[in-house]
Design a protein around this ligand. Structure first.
Ligand SMILES: NC(=O)c1ccc[n+]([C@@H]2O[C@H](COP(=O)([O-])OP(=O)(O)OC[C@H]3O[C@@H](n4cnc5c(N)ncnc54)[C@H](O)[C@@H]3O)[C@@H](O)[C@H]2O)c1
Length: 354
């Protein structure tokens, strides 16, 4: 069988996880990689034996490839996704898909024009607990989901302090667009992607003068990086979202703050409620009722390598001509909510989205 050829744009921390996942699939070959940081480019290319190496990402677009993994800073995602799709490649793009709604709509239009596969690397969807909850929703075991809470909180965990991560024009924002995006996407996916109607948002930056680097990207991957020291994004954001079907979602994300930490999603339905929280033992609990008595059910799952699962899923979509798990509507809804929260925080007013 003809091998599926892959190219990687951006040789930073997350690229290692993409490449390791591709390497577990026998009919896939990672043949090219690019990064403007020459030292990092050589480090990753040598580690994984990738022969074609470019400092300019446009060279990847001109290569004969089937799939491109976009692992660059957020501000480049739209431009690079669109160029790769137009040159006939299937694209898996790291989260966030882009830094605003306008860019996201351009990507989705290009996907529709080219008919190539496009997926956002929302790896949390592939976790066992996420799929367990999704099945509960699909089998109508939740009833009507009318209230949800989603949080991704770190006490001291600012990624790449002083690099592109903390620079608004390159990242688009702080923890909301960096890690809040994962849990927001999961909530939107599990709630069946209702249309958001109204958003109220707030952002804070209280740790500017006592910021602690959170250890991501892994220190060993930061070869040749030259931090500029910029930190002009929030360190905490929260939003309250009302949907057209009258469901509501409370969302919070922090890189730093004096609170509990971990990733949590809680959905309240008319038949059952469910909560997953990384810090609980066991992490997943279903809140129900049996014979007029309230009941708690616990569920335990084997761990899943979610990066490997997402790459396997995308390769299968390309191979079998099936649709990736992230739909255009879900992709756009997540960005609309994020943009709405930032706009509301800036203006101090609720933002109508429809
Ligand atoms: N899915 C996840 O759980 C997850 C985890 C971490 C990061 N990410 C995402 O992956 C992306 C990369 O993050 P990272 O942690 O690897 O960051 P990183 O800083 O380790 O790597 C980014 C790399 O991109 C390179 N780069 C800069 N400008 C570029 C350009 N124009 N074209 C190509 N490459 C360019 C940098 O030199 C750097 O090597 C981000 O969008 C981030 O949000 C996702």
């Amino acid at each position: 069988m003809k091998k599926i050829k892959v190219g990687i744009i951006g040789a930073g921390g997350i690229s290692h996880f993409h490449i390791e996942a591709y390497k577990t699939i026998p009919e896939v070959e990672v043949v090219a990689i690019c990064d403007p940081n020459e030292a990092k480019l050589s480090f990753v290319a040598e580690k994984f034996g990738i022969l074609k190496r470019f400092e300019n990402w446009e060279n990847i677009i001109n290569e004969n490839l089937d799939i491109v993994s976009i692992c660059s800073p957020n501000a480049f995602h739209a431009q690079q996704s669109i160029a790769a799709l137009k040159s006939g490649k299937h694209v898996i793009c790291e989260k966030p898909v882009a830094i605003n709604v306008e860019e996201t709509e351009s990507i989705i239009n290009t996907v529709q024009q080219t008919n190539n596969k496009f997926m956002v690397a929302f790896c949390h969807r592939f976790a066992s607990h996420s799929q367990f909850i999704k099945k509960m929703v699909e089998n109508n075991q939740m009833g009507e989901i009318y209230f949800a809470k989603a949080s991704c909180l770190r006490r001291r965990g600012i990624p790449g302090l002083g690099t592109w991560f903390t620079t608004k024009k390159l990242a688009g924002g702080g923890p909301l667009i960096d890690i809040g995006v994962h849990i927001l996407d999961l909530a939107v996916y599990l709630m069946g992607c209702p249309d958001p109607r109204l958003v109220v948002g707030v952002t804070y930056n209280k740790f500017k003068n006592q910021a602690v680097d959170g250890g991501w990207p892994p220190i060993w991957s930061r070869v040749g990086d030259k931090p500029t020291g910029v930190f002009d994004v929030e360190d905490l954001a929260a939003g309250f979202i009302k949907f057209n079907n009258n469901a509501t979602l409370f969302l919070e994300a922090s890189w730093a703050g004096n609170s509990e930490s971990g990733l949590k999603i809680a959905l309240m339905g008319t038949k059952n409620g469910v909560q997953y929280w990384t810090e609980a033992t066991p992490p997943l609990r279903v809140y129900g009722e049996m014979n007029g008595v309230v009941t708690d059910t616990i569920a335990e799952f084997p761990p899943v390598n979610t990066y490997r699962a997402e790459i396997e899923h995308f390769v299968n979509c390309v191979r079998n001509n099936t649709q990736p798990i992230t739909t255009p509507k879900e992709i756009l809804t997540v960005v609309k909510i994020i943009e709405g929260i930032y706009r509301s925080a800036e203006t101090g007013r609720p933002v109508e989205l429809t």
